[in-house]
Write a protein that binds this ligand. Sequence first.
Ligand SMILES: [Zn+2]
Length: 230
Amino acid sequence: MFVGHYSVAFAARTKQNTIPLWALFVAVQFLDYIWATLVLLGVEKLRVVKGFTAGSMLDSYFHPYSHSLIAAVLWSGVAALCYKPLCCRLGYGYRKSGALVVGVAVFSHWIFDLIAHPRDLPIYDNTAKVGFGLWNYRDPEFALEIALLAISIVLYLARNVVPAIRKWAVIAFGMALVAIQIGDTYVPRTALSDKATALGVWIFYSLFVLIAWSVEKIGARPRTSAPPAS
Ligand SMILES: [Zn+2]
């Protein structure tokens, strides 16, 4: 699962919970940020093997601190608890329901990985591994990612007050994510090293966060404390 994770971010953003889209983009990939960091530090282990599954080259054979079920629950709790102090620090409005949504968004990553990954997700430690292995079926896996993304963008546009110009920006962003998924699934490429792959995860995911942040600035009325001209 790659761009499919972002469907949770688009779907979870409503005008009631006021969680910015960029924060949800971090939340849905929070476990992969931890994973990429731990791979870079040599703590978690990854092999990049061409043709490992039909839809992915990643043989993530040791990732208990980022991708075990127990770790996913704990990290979701940590993210939910950090949400309030982060809102205060960054000057965003805080709602209690927002913390819950952020926690669920973080945990959704594990559920989506469970669908796509081969049996490499431990329940605890590095044992009792599960995974439904949809990555073994390239086209259905691709179709699922795109369908989830498309439905979520429709929900995002329906449930938020979005100026026309931003609407088109969101649709363009969605199409760019589809193009990236096509490249990831269907364009043959040489296997990078484990560290280069982890670095790529950091770079690409952060680029998407930055785009999510910019998209929600498009067409936003500038906040001003000046009184209206009479
Ligand atoms: Zn993952």
